[in-house]
Design a protein around this ligand. Structure first.
Ligand SMILES: [Fe+2]
Ligand SMILES: [Fe+2]
Length: 236
């Protein structure tokens, strides 16, 4: 897995693109947490969500700053490569969060699993980016916060739903698995759609090309008189 991460992060153009994508995801997560702070009736959670939102906003700024630096150093920034986010997704957990539909306990369970996944990914990226110390340092700094997010969400889940912690975590895990399944299926549907369009192009269009060629052969060459006199006042 480490070899795959090194491959994904090796190219500076892709590295810049990924950092800018991560900045968007982190900023989006920060906005979700501001909304969660507005909605919760629990004053401790409101304060923690507000701190968490500020952390995610800071992560977005760090990623954006480093991504922009890398982008400016590229000889041709228009050659930005595909981000390969399927192989190195970053902090993806919050990108499809619907804060309004969740109770405090289910949101905490969801956040805990998302932050745990992010912490695991960022640990791998710190190692994969050994040859780029400034970018590796950005991930190391953010990893410190993600570990705090992972721990406080579990501690608060223990507080608000002590006896049902396992059930909330299990439900959140199922939800994440279902979303991963939908992501994979929509990627497969995209590939099948492209294959079908290519097949249509090579199977359905050639007969029309042949028919056009045959009718062209039946046409006499050069200028010839019109078959019937056309009135000059009408186009038909
Ligand atoms: Fe973050
Ligand atoms: Fe986080």
């Amino acid at each position: 897995m480490q070899a795959l991460h090194r491959l994904v992060w090796r190219d500076p153009a892709r590295r810049a693109r990924k950092l800018l994508d991560f900045a968007e995801t982190e900023a989006d997560g920060g906005r979700d947490l501001v909304r969660a702070a507005e909605l919760t009736q629990d004053p401790v959670l409101r304060r923690l969500y507000t701190v968490h939102a500020a952390d995610e906003e800071r992560h977005a700024s760090l990623f954006r700053a480093r991504g922009t630096q890398l982008l400016r150093a590229l000889p041709d920034p228009s050659l930005m490569k595909s981000a390969m986010n399927w192989a190195a997704p970053g902090e993806r957990g919050l990108d499809d969060l619907r804060v309004d539909e969740k109770s405090d306990a289910s949101l905490l369970a969801f956040l805990h699993l998302s932050e745990k996944t992010a912490a695991r990914h960022f640990t791998a990226y710190v190692g994969a980016l050994r040859d780029d110390p400034p970018t590796s340092a950005v991930f190391r700094e953010i990893l410190h916060d993600e570990t705090f997010h992972m721990n406080y969400t579990l501690a608060q889940l223990n507080r608000v739903a002590a006896g049902q912690k396992g059930a909330y975590l299990w439900r959140a895990r199922m939800g994440r698995l279902w979303k991963a399944y939908l992501r994979i299926m929509s990627a497969i549907a995209g590939v099948i759609g492209s294959v079908m369009l290519i097949l249509q192009y090579f199977i359905l269009i050639p007969p029309f090309g042949l028919m056009a060629k045959w009718s062209e052969r039946r046409e006499p060459e050069g200028w010839r008189p019109a078959e019937k006199e056309r009135p000059l006042k009408s186009q038909y």
